[in-house]
Design a protein around this ligand. Structure first.
Ligand code: PSV
Ligand code: MN
Length: 436
């Protein structure tokens, strides 16, 4: 497969892009450092912590997304996993925040997964959780002769369940070659009509299948259960909320954990509180970050409700305070319908990092005191003070020190990457709808 020669991955190119921005950044960073010093915060400690932060990119995120109605592909869409890796490498090169890719099988399966690992490694990338796909049929794939139309892990037919279980175990085998250590399972199983499905029996079948997957994956792997309120099942979904997810994880075993996709809840649900409860239960796997206004909109992280993202990170920073080994898994999971996916992924990685940096600024001692003294106004002001601090110089400095871009979108556009891949990769037809 021909690869693009791109300045986007070139260190000297980024140094040139950064040069005119460096003096202003130094100035703004120093000013913020002095302001934080007055609050008893060492800016260097925050910058180091933010530098070490990483969020995985989903392999499917670099293609144009779509809705049930249509998909509008853009030029230079990846033709397969090798092109996807190249796009992911650009996101990581520009932001310095996305060193791993999360693949989806069978979408990303090849006959030589070792070659995939090598290609990633030569681009400076590793792999995060692998994802299984039993939410659609895979025509022509001999490992999936039976249809998932009426479900997969909770299907009434034991043969379909066995096929779905085998696929998940296979995903872990493929993931072993890539160096992954966890499998994320999201199923679309559910019902569109009251009465269509026996809630209790479907849940029991799911748990039985998930136990079989758990027993079949390597002993040092974690099994992440991802819940989602609705879609494609519009009346009831088998693993529809964190309660079902937690019950299942507890029934399956110690290494079964609950994954929170921010878009998979009812509107106005207090997600940060769910995060706290899962931490309390020792069952928080990690996140799929995105944003939404109405449902599972899959908009860019931080695009609609940045304060909610901050509040989620506030819980995570609080948890890390009590447990130094606390290390949830972070991934973006968005559908880019109207933007260049690479620009959306870069921007989202920065937004997630921003929420983390802001949460690191919360004066936790003061917050404890205001909570104990029942002072809601000052408690809330303590959070707002951290949230409203402009941490942009910290994020930009962290990138600059890594040799990444001070302004990722500007540098990416200047690189001409999209035009270059559009010349090499033939356009895909855009006639059909479909969510990816
Ligand atoms: C489902 O909506 C989901 O969030 C799951 O994580 C899937 O694996 C992914 O999107 C891609 O469809
Ligand atoms: Mn997800």
């Amino acid at each position: 497969m021909d690869q693009v020669t791109t300045p986007a991955l070139d260190q000297d190119f980024l140094a040139q892009q950064n040069a005119p921005l460096t003096a202003a950044l130094d100035d703004e960073y120093d000013a913020l450092g002095r302001a934080l010093q007055r609050r008893g915060i060492d800016i260097e400690r925050i910058t180091d912590t933010v530098s070490a932060f990483a969020v995985a990119v989903p392999s499917w995120g670099v293609g144009s997304g779509g809705t049930r109605f249509a998909r509008f592909p853009m030029g230079g869409e990846p033709r397969g996993i090798f092109d996807k890796l190249e796009d992911c490498a650009v996101v990581n090169r520009m932001t310095g925040a996305t060193p791993t890719v999360s693949p989806h099988f069978p979408w990303d399966e090849t006959t030589d997964m070792a070659a995939v690992r090598e290609a990633a490694s030569s681009l400076g990338l590793g792999f995060d959780a692998v994802n299984s796909n039993t939410f659609q049929d895979h025509p022509g794939n001999t490992l999936h002769p039976l249809s998932y139309k009426y479900g997969s892990l909770s299907h009434t037919d034991p043969a379909v369940r066995a096929q779905a279980v085998a696929h998940n175990i296979r995903c872990a085998e493929l993931g072993e070659v890539l160096g992954s250590k966890s499998l994320t399972v999201w199923i679309g199983d559910g019902a569109n009509f009251p009465g269509q499905q026996h809630f209790g029996r479907a849940f029991e079948r799911y748990i039985e299948s998930a136990k079989a997957i758990y027993a079949g994956i390597p002993g040092d792997w974690k099994l992440f259960l991802e819940h989602k309120m609705f879609e494609p099942a519009f009346y009831a979904t088998v693993i529809q909320d964190w309660g079902s997810s937690l019950l299942a994880a507890q029934a399956i075993g110690e290494r079964a954990l609950c994954l929170v996709d921010l878009g998979h809840h009812a509107p106005n649900v207090n997600i940060e509180m769910i995060v706290s409860r899962l931490i309390h239960a020792g069952k928080l796997a990690g996140f799929h970050f995105n944003d939404s206004k109405y449902g599972d909109d899959d908009l860019d992280a931080g695009a609609i409700e940045p304060y909610r993202l901050f509040l989620v990170f506030n819980e995570l920073v609080e948890a890390a305070r009590a447990d130094a080994g606390f290390a949830p898994s972070y991934m973006l999971d968005q559908s880019h319908n109207v933007t260049d996916p690479i620009e959306s992924l870069m921007t989202s990685a920065v937004e997630v990092q921003r929420a983390f940096a802001q949460a690191l600024l919360v004066d936790r001692g003061a917050l404890d005191g205001f909570q104990d003294a029942n002072d809601p106004m000052m408690a809330s002001q303590t959070l707002k003070r951290a949230f409203t601090t402009d941490v942009q110089p910290i994020l930009a400095m962290a990138r600059s020190r890594k040799g990444s871009a001070i302004d990722p979108v500007a540098a990416y556009r200047a690189s001409g990457y999209r035009a270059a891949v559009t010349r090499i990769r033939p356009a895909k037809s855009g006639g059909s709808g479909g969510i990816v």
